[in-house]
Design a protein around this ligand. Structure first.
Ligand code: NAD
Length: 275
């Protein structure tokens, strides 16, 4: 196992990629605190863990510094230390374009989405850095193809994920040499990713569009168009970046786990479809 005895705090750890990372880290020998705003979801995720005795649940909102400080304190009290913070809780704008937002909706959506996706990451880092300095630990941020490319969101989500990339790089500088800060830029995954309440999208889930997909629908326009969208298949880079042994000299980097969007062809997404 790659993470024996590690103590990890994961925001948004009750669902989607956060839950998949929590399960994987437990399998790799870590203890994990999963933090989120849905108590029932957290309880279900803990009960379903490969080893529930190594899972702590903490209810709270990533927009609240007090909640995040409480989560760090609870993690250290229970597991004795903090090695890794996975800043991950986020919401999506369902690719709502500028021209389909009136001014009031735009303002409200920006404030809500940036509070969760950007301020939430920054507040989590502020709550955790003192403990991470003690352990020479690291921060891993869930970034997105929208940290680099267009149309993975609307302007609000894309800007938030570009901002999170900048935040990751700035904190990698500021917290060096004791704390490494990296990101995993995920492509499309079949999760329960929700939208902003400001757009009445609090109950809308990205999972519904995966469920609706017809078997004869065209494949995604990416080179690895037959790659999995199961969040469990995106967890390897988190293990790599958390492990001091495996990535000790790596900081300020984002690993794109997106099926190769950056090497997409003009004529056809994959050059080797005939092989
Ligand atoms: P998800 O909804 O399954 O998981 C997000 C978790 O965050 C949930 O447990 C939710 O309850 C929690 N959360 C949301 N707002 C919160 C708040 N204010 N306070 C506390 N907890 C809150 O969705 P997911 O797809 O696993 O999303 C995780 C991350 O992955 C996000 O940062 C998202 O932007 C990113 N991402 C997702 C995709 C995708 O296609 N699903 C692609 C790239 C990046």
């Amino acid at each position: 196992s790659w993470l024996p005895g590690y103590s990890v705090l994961i925001t948004g750890g009750g669902s989607g990629i956060g839950r998949a990372v929590a399960d994987r880290f437990v399998t790799e020998g870590a203890s994990v605190a999963i933090f989120g705003n849905d108590a029932a979801q957290l309880a279900e995720a803990a009960a379903g863990s490969p080893d529930p005795s190594r899972v702590l649940t903490v209810e709270g909102d990533v927009r609240s510094s007090a909640d995040l400080h409480r989560a760090v304190a609870a993690t250290v009290t229970r597991f004795g230390r903090l090695d890794t913070l996975v800043a991950n809780a986020g919401i999506w704008d369902f690719q709502r374009q500028l021209t389909r937002l009136d001014a009031a909706a735009l303002e409200a959506t920006f404030d809500e989405l940036f509070s969760v996706n950007v301020k939430g990451y920054l507040l989590a880092a502020e709550a955790a850095w003192r403990e991470l300095v003690k352990t020479r630990g690291s921060i891993i941020m869930t970034l997105s193809n929208a940290s680099f490319h267009v149309n993975g969101g609307g302007p609000v989500y894309t800007a938030s994920k570009h901002a999170a990339l900048g935040l990751m790089r700035e904190l990698a500088y500021e917290l060096a040499p004791k704390v490494r800060v990296n990101g995993v830029a995920c492509g499309g995954m079949n999760t329960d990713l929700r939208g902003p309440a400001s757009l009445d999208m609090g109950e809308r889930s990205i999972g519904a569009s995966f469920a609706k997909k017809r078997p004869d629908a065209p494949p995604p326009v990416i080179p690895l168009h037959d790659s999995s969208t199961d969040p469990r298949d995106f967890t390897g880079s988190y293990v790599l970046l958390a492990s001091r042994e495996q990535s000790g000299p790596i900081t300020g980097q984002a690993i794109s786990v997106d099926g190769g969007i950056g090497v997409r062809g003009f004529g056809s997404p994959a050059g080797g479809d005939h092989l």
